[in-house]
Ligand binder design. Structure first.
Ligand code: SF4
Length: 129
């Protein structure tokens, strides 16, 4: 399933699956929205709405190539199914939470809701095909 993405302020504007993450057009929402509980999956505790300590200023992960070795195995299996760029580009009109810190909590809530919705959508589409 492809769509011609028409984001208001895109970093890239590629034609791609609507259920595929497009980190280039996301503000690292999964690295802010999710809660971490120190365990075998995450080496730290982190509250929802707080940026991960490994999230860089360009919204890229500073340890992306070595997540598991650095104690962030949980990040290797997470998939937002395209929710991140939708919330970043449509809901927040391409304005990131660093420019509007008070919206970080709203980003978290939206991203989690969209992620759950898109997960349900993907399951539904799988059953139809
Ligand atoms: S470790 Fe990297 S991928 Fe995982 S939440 Fe932090 S910045 Fe994001």
């Amino acid at each position: 399933m492809l769509e011609n993405i028409d984001y208001p302020n895109p970093k890239s504007n590629l034609r791609q699956s609507i259920l595929r993450a497009d980190c280039e057009n996301c503000f690292g929402l999964c690295c802010v929205a999710l809660t971490f509980v120190a365990s075998s999956d995450f080496t730290i505790n982190k509250d929802s709405g707080k940026p991960c300590k490994n999230l860089q200023s360009d919204f890229r992960c500073g340890i992306h190539k070595n997540l598991s070795q650095n104690g962030f195995k949980g990040c290797t299996v997470f998939d937002c199914f395209g929710a991140g760029q939708k919330v970043s580009q449509y809901t927040f009109n391409g304005v990131d939470w660093r420019d509007n810190p008070e919206t970080a909590k709203k980003c978290s809530m939206c991203s989690q809701l969209c992620s759950n919705f898109m997960r349900c959508n993907r399951i539904w589409l799988k059953h139809l095909s």
